[in-house]
Write a protein that binds this ligand. Structure first.
Ligand code: C2E
Ligand code: CA
Ligand code: CA
Length: 621
């Protein structure tokens, strides 16, 4: 259809020429009938111009009507042109007039054949209407030459039709293949936006859906992006194999599609992460959806006969509450998810501006931590662990401090996790051990030093060698070094952990179990590994839930310690009453502000010296 309207210039030239010729011939012949036909031709031309112009500005519905009118106009024009030539021949008008009108008419009919080939019926109809009357007029003539010309004119019709049909076929195959190409492109695009495993949208599909949704959303629309990360999915893959892992992903995908509200986009964002992007009424509504999603995922799932419990962490951000555009929305939902994971997993976190501030601070710490050691901004403080009977200092726990030129004193809780995440902990940990051992080497032989080790540090290759080097460098006998590890080290049954502990304890290094009671308390590993000390977490001593229960726990642990020949340390002792209580419960060692805070090395040395001077008096007291 478009081909009819394209290139209107040819229409204009043809029409104007036709009108000019017919007017010239009709008025020079002074034949009223011809004059009338010429005027009719001009009227048809005006009518057709009006339609072409209207087509330009028409909408979809009007187009159909206009196309019909175009056809009528085309036939009317052809018929008028043919009739005029036939009339000139029939009335035996001036020979030149006959020739001019006939040549124009035949030329027109021939040119129209390929031009309107997009609609062969129109082309054919026009041709018949032009050549038909002319042939009839010629055949009715008495001159045999004219009759012969009439036959030629008739034969002209089928020969031109073959051109029309050829052009039509070429046009049609072009259109069909263009359509096929477009379909193929659509299909490819759909494939490129789909996740193979689950059939959900993939990253590209999600990005597309989010930008489409945001572009078409109303001004006051509220949209939630819920980022879902399956907890410990790697274990499912490792233990049960990838085919089972894929089935779990499919199962989760089905559940998400089912539970998500209408109009949601559900996507798999690589690995074990999913995203639900949906319109919501308000924050409460988003909370409801998130909790439904969470419940749905946690329902036990049967895969290949095994009943699996899948857990997930969720991070949620809203437009316009938490973000102004798609990028920010993703970034903030991701940040909220990070908090959900760090906060212990299997929970949902909504984005909060403080998360961004935390992140900025973390990033700064991350960037500056590597250079902090070289710039001498880190130092080791020492907190005494004392014998509750004699009050003598038995050990100093080395606690790292960062004196930041702008941020002031930073506590390890703020930068140790960053060091663990970035892997700097290995370098940092070795440095701390060397420093602590060097200082401990200057103390009396019966005072030991305790150094905290991160699980990551222990699992790093060459961990034991690092400790041995530190001891050698500092000239400290192994039995004067104690390594504090937490229960989290034993969540994963790791060969390198056992090897590390065995190798160093054979050398004489001692191990203490730190923060006892806060972790995954399985007593199995107390038996398995040669701990010489258990440090009962301070939440049992000075925490909010201190009471009968914690007293009973301390008693039980102390009893176990006596039986197994281990020291039991009560952490976080702040008052004399707490000291009495833990001593009565059976702890033999104590640590806390009641005795001393962590102090710089020279003060630690002073504490020892003071104690040695006063020992006889204290002991008697
Ligand atoms: P932690 O091993 O449990 O260390 C004891 C923490 O309790 C220290 O905090 C200490 O200052 C604090 N503390 C001691 N007595 C009391 C008390 O009476 N009341 C209260 N409220 N707190 C008390 P700090 O120095 O901030 O260290 C926090 C944690 O950072 C440590 O907990 C340890 O897990 C980690 N950390 C410290 N230094 C190092 C290190 O050199 N390497 C590694 N990997 N971790 C370290
Ligand atoms: Ca410790
Ligand atoms: Ca502790």
């Amino acid at each position: 259809m478009d081909s009819l309207y394209s290139n209107p210039l040819s229409l204009v030239i043809g029409a104007v020429t036709g009108v000019v010729i017919s007017f010239y011939v009709a008025f020079s012949a002074q034949e009223p009938a011809l004059e009338a036909v010429a005027v009719a031709l001009a009227a048809v031309v005006a009518f057709r111009f009006a339609i072409v112009v209207a087509h330009r500005f028409s909408n979809r519905d009007e187009t159909r009507t206009l196309e019909l009118l175009f056809e009528i106009g085309a036939f009317a024009y052809a018929l008028t042109v043919g009739a005029m030539a036939a009339f000139a021949i029939f009335t035996n008008a001036d020979l030149l007039a006959q020739m001019v009108l006939t040549v124009y008419a035949v030329g027109y009919a021939t040119a129209i054949a390929p031009r309107n080939a997009g609609r062969p019926v129109i082309a054919l109809g026009q041709m018949v209407m032009v050549l038909g009357p002319i042939s009839i007029a010629l055949l009715m003539s008495e001159a045999s030459l004219a009759q012969a010309l009439g036959i030629v004119a008739l034969l002209h019709i089928p020969s031109v039709i073959t051109i029309t049909v050829k052009v039509y076929r070429a046009l049609r195959s072009q259109i069909v293949s263009a359509q096929a190409n477009a379909d193929l492109a659509d299909e490819m695009q759909t494939l490129a936006r789909t996740d193979v495993v689950t059939g959900l949208a993939n990253r590209a599909g999600l990005n597309h859906a989010v930008s489409e949704e945001l572009a078409s959303a109303e001004e006051d629309a509220r949209l939630a992006l819920i980022w879902i990360d399956l907890d410990r999915f790697k274990e499912v893959n490792d233990l049960l194999g990838h085919p089972v892992g894929d089935k779990v992903l499919k199962g989760v995908a089905e559940r998400l599609v089912e539970v998500s509200p209408d109009g949601s986009t559900v996507a798999r964002f690589g690995g074990d992460e999913f995203i639900v992007f949906c319109p919501v009424d308000d924050v409460k509504h988003a909370e409801l959806i998130a909790s439904e999603i969470h419940c749905e995922i946690m329902c036990p799932m049967r895969v290949d006969g095994e009943l699996l419990e899948i857990r997930a962490s969720l991070g949620v951000a809203l437009i316009p509450d938490s973000a102004i555009d798609a990028d920010q929305l993703m970034q903030r939902a991701d940040l909220a998810l990070y908090h959900a994971k760090v906060g212990g997993r299997s929970q949902t976190c909504f984005y909060d501006p403080s998360m961004s501030r935390d992140l900025v601070r973390r990033r700064e710490i991350e960037a500056e931590l590597r250079t902090a050691i070289q710039r001498d901004e880190l130092s080791i403080f020492f907190q005494p662990i004392v014998d509750l009977e004699t009050s003598r200092i038995k050990t100093f726990e080395a606690l790292v401090r960062w004196f930041h030129p702008e941020k002031g004193e930073l506590r390890p809780n703020e930068f140790i996790p960053v060091a663990e995440e970035t892997g700097v902990i290995v370098t940092l940990g070795n440095w701390i051990t060397v420093q602590a051992a060097r200082i401990a080497a200057t103390w009396p032989d019966d005072v030991t030093v305790a150094v905290n080790l991160s699980p990551l540090q222990i699992r790093a290759p060459g961990a034991a060698l690092g400790i041995k080097n530190a001891l050698r460098e500092a000239g400290l006998p192994p039995h004067r070094l104690e390594l504090e590890v937490t229960e989290s080290l034993f969540i994963e049954d790791n060969h390198s952990t056992s090897a590390f502990i065995e190798e160093l304890s054979e050398l004489g290094v001692r191990f203490a179990l730190d923060d006892f009671g806060t972790g995954y308390s399985s007593l199995g590993y107390i038996n398995k590994f040669p701990f010489s000390k258990i440090k009962v977490d301070r939440s049992f001593v000075s925490g909010a839930e201190v009471g009968k229960k914690s007293e009973a726990i301390i008693q039980a642990v102390a009893k176990m310690g006596t039986t197994l020949g281990m020291d039991i340390v009560a952490e976080g002792l702040e008052t004399a009453e707490q000291v009495t209580a833990v001593r009565n419960a059976g702890c033999n060692l104590g640590q806390g502000y009641h005795f001393s805070r962590a102090v710089p090395d020279y003060l630690a040395a002073m504490l020892i010296a003071q104690e040695r001077d006063n020992t006889p008096r204290r002991a008697s007291a």
